[in-house]
Design a protein around this ligand. Structure first.
Ligand SMILES: Cc1cc2nc3c(=O)[nH]c(=O)nc-3n(C[C@H](O)[C@H](O)[C@H](O)COP(=O)(O)OP(=O)(O)OC[C@H]3O[C@@H](n4cnc5c(N)ncnc54)[C@H](O)[C@@H]3O)c2cc1C
Length: 308
């Protein structure tokens, strides 16, 4: 079996295959130890070959979007990280936009705005990638990815499927089976390649104004100037996580450099040099306090990954 470097010499020489790469640079929390290896495919062929290499060599692998919903361990991640940032294409056909997984939601929303297409305004301030957003059914301000998604293309990470004559798996809208921050892609362990979004024609200026309004609301209420991974906890049925945390007197509460945001108690922020261990301890402390006081279980929305 060839090593990664031997199997992908071109990727290595062009700087798209890196070893012992600190993952803090790939995380909006600015936390995370080294990845054994991170590869950044530019094409579907490269992505499939990387997955086949990992599956054939029994190497653990992980798909990384923009790293805006992750708490990456201080020890980093073992195996192969596949970063989707270079898997990137954005096109329009009538009132449909097709976006590859590595496109950022901001680019997608800006493109829709310039093209005079409405529907994605809710997503303009969500800092992830299209792949991460479809996988997570990202949402804000009353909108969710499920409202605008038309169809997706995915890969099933199994040798038989990846080596078949047509490895692409098509998901129609209803087959995504979206629910709150969840999707069939997540449950089936699919790899998202691209999605088509169905939008409505609108004056670009009207779309721009709506996006600006929502961005202003976000800047006003959320700690956008501090490293975080967004809302730390899912919304518990019938409650708001941030309010429960605030009512427990935990606004600004810190463990080391990890703190409950002063601005929005649903966020945990990094005050400078927070470790994953500190964030995890804070998450557990908040969960226990809220459970003891209100009997409500807070489930992390942040995905905790890597060697703990
Ligand atoms: C300041 C801030 C504000 C935020 N506000 C919101 C908000 O309003 N609403 C909201 O929903 N979220 C919000 N988030 C969280 C985050 O931006 C979203 O969950 C986003 O969809 C994650 O996308 P990502 O590309 O960063 O994914 P990552 O964090 O890189 O990954 C998240 C998960 O998706 C998987 N994944 C990523 N790409 C793919 C792919 N191509 N195929 C298969 N799996 C994939 C990863 O393996 C991982 O399990 C916020 C985050 C921050 C930092």
């Amino acid at each position: 079996m060839k090593t990664l470097k031997q199997a992908f010499p071109e990727m290595y020489e062009s700087g798209r295959l890196l070893f012992d790469e600190p993952l803090a640079a790939y995380s909006s929390f600015k936390i995370g130890g080294p990845a054994d290896a991170i590869a950044k495919p530019e094409s579907q062929r490269e992505l499939i070959d990387l997955l086949l290499w990992a599956l054939n060599s029994n190497t653990p692998w992980f798909i990384l979007g923009k790293g805006t919903n992750l708490l990456i361990s201080d020890k980093g991640m073992r195996g192969l990280i596949i970063g989707m940032e270079n898997y990137h294409k954005l096109t329009r056909d009538e009132n449909f936009i097709s976006a590859f997984a590595g496109v950022s939601l901001k680019e997608l929303c800006d493109f829709a705005q310039e093209q005079g297409l409405s529907g994605l305004e809710f997503a303009c301030g969500i800092p992830g990638s299209v792949g991460g957003a479809v996988f997570m059914n990202a949402g804000a301000y009353g909108g969710e990815i499920k409202d605008v998604l038309y169809c997706s293309k995915c890969l099933k990470p199994e040798i038989e499927s990846l080596t078949s004559s047509n490895p692409i798996i098509h998901f129609r809208k209803e087959e995504h089976d979206f629910s709150y921050r969840n999707s069939a892609l997540q449950r089936l362990g699919m790899i998202h390649l691209s999605s088509v979004f169905q939008l409505m024609e609108e004056e670009p200026e009207v779309v721009r104004q709506k996006m600006q309004e929502l961005q202003d609301q976000r800047n006003d209420k959320q700690p956008m100037d501090m490293p975080s991974a967004g809302s730390a906890f899912k919304r518990p049925e019938g409650y708001f996580a941030g309010k429960l945390v605030d009512d427990c007197g935990l606004r600004g509460f810190r463990i080391g450099d990890a703190g409950v945001s002063e601005k929005h108690c649903g966020f945990i922020v990094n005050h400078g040099h927070a470790t994953a261990a500190e964030v995890l301890e804070l998450i557990r402390y908040v969960q226990k306090t809220v459970q003891d006081r209100y009997g409500v279980t807070l489930e992390p929305e942040i995905r905790i990954v890597g060697e703990m």
